[in-house]
Design a protein around this ligand. Structure first.
Ligand SMILES: [Zn+2]
Length: 67
């Protein structure tokens, strides 16, 4: 098990992360724009995990319940 503390790569574009200003969900992004893009990506995955089969007729669409 290797813990890498020096190698940080943006999960969006894969570039080296030089600044430690854009950390989201334990991942470092190269810029605020990519940090937000990563946040959106993680949220989308969580939604898929929670509701793998969307059933619009069964439940109303709700957003923003979890902050
Ligand atoms: Zn990036």
């Amino acid at each position: 098990m290797t813990i890498q503390t020096t190698d940080r790569y943006c999960p969006i574009c894969g570039k080296d992360v030089a600044e430690a200003n854009f950390k989201r969900f334990g991942e470092w992004a190269c810029s605020e724009a990519h940090a937000e893009a990563y946040v959106n990506d993680v949220r989308a995955r969580k939604l898929q995990m929670v509701a793998p089969e969307p059933r619009p007729a069964d439940r109303p669409a709700r957003r923003g319940c979890c902050g």
